[in-house]
Design a protein around this ligand. Sequence first.
Ligand code: FAD
Length: 393
Amino acid sequence: MKNLPQTADCIIIGGGIIGCSIAYHCAKMGKKVIVIEKDYLGSGSTGRCIGGIRQQFSSETTVRIAMDSVKIFKEFGDRCEWYSGGYIFLAHSRNQVDEYKKAISLQKRLGLDVSFISTQEIEKIVPGIDTTNLLGGAYSPVDGQANPFLTLKIMSDAIKELGGKIHTKEEVVSIKKETGRVVSVKTNTNAGCFAKQSSETTSFSSGNEYFAPVIVNCAGAYLSEIGKMLGIEIPSYPERHEALITESIENLFNPMLVDYRAGGYYFIQRHETGQIIGCYTPIPTFEGKSKESSIKFLTEMPKRMIRFLPVLSDTKVLRQWAGSYIMTPDGNPILDKTEIQGFYVAGAMCGHGFMLGPCCGKLMAELIFEGKTSIDISEFSLKRKFKKKEIFK
Ligand SMILES: Cc1cc2nc3c(=O)[nH]c(=O)nc-3n(C[C@H](O)[C@H](O)[C@H](O)COP(=O)(O)OP(=O)(O)OC[C@H]3O[C@@H](n4cnc5c(N)ncnc54)[C@H](O)[C@@H]3O)c2cc1C
């Protein structure tokens, strides 16, 4: 007997935080959703992120999205290991002090609990921190951390409970449109850990076709490849970022520490386990989809951590890994419809996708099914000039 066509109100390509969050909010609106993920949920950047969540940004739109996302993380609470331990952006130059203070006045106007604190106050919050050249820092005690895998689990469980479908190990290889609007996607069900990307796939033996009037491209590092399936240019490109995690140690500090200088870092102590988890941004940046770890990072990151927090000198590194930041020329996401009716794009989160994801999903669901959003996201449009830079990178 022939299978019935599989239909939905909305097909989501990609099972990271952005795809799952959009599907979660669409399902809560009563829409029938299908999520298609070529590997497992979180296998892209989301499962490789370090779980930092902050609301300190320099753009009003992003602050508002981040504050709304924190409300959702708080609703998930212990189920996603939400913990409000704060974030400190360390200032080592007058220019940084001025930039942070300017951003703080915007953030305060939007209702965020944030202030510029002195070096002495930082030393109280992070005992033993190296204060050489430190001029203070931007501190919000209501920023925090959560577990990306548990966050995806909460969303995906809800999607299924609300009648949505999640297909993993299934790769979207083409998108069909007719008379200027999307109709369906075709998949390769041979996809998996070793799946080749669609552009390289020359043949496939099995797959499905799913039909919906709405298709959302949330393919993370593959955002532009999926766009090209319909001739849409998406100015996003992946960069490799590395991370490491240490063994569990006694509680030393709570906030994420961010140092934007050339030899800088960002790291946090995981509340649940006591492990230190952190990254630095390589200079120059490392473009491409590589997920290979480097010995350079493994030797350099601990040195930086010990320099700024000497008490870590005996702490052992347990594991390192790498993943993608999906960037745009202005360091801000793309959340928009496209010129093809029913085809949407949500991603290029520039290293902030986990923290912004819960609200971005809500806004995209509103855009798709209500035609307007509760926060104006026009500055994240696909056709913008990509000139306005985010200073809290
Ligand atoms: C080391 C590191 C640390 C980070 N730390 C933080 C942090 O502390 N806080 C924070 O907010 N962000 C952080 N990030 C960034 C964050 O991980 C990303 O912004 C976020 O995960 C992006 O989510 P996404 O859903 O857009 O992409 P992804 O999670 O990559 O999801 C896209 C999914 O699409 C799937 N896909 C691709 N092509 C296809 C196809 N053809 N068919 C079906 N599926 C497809 C992929 O397999 C993937 O699972 C970090 C990133 C890295 C690498």
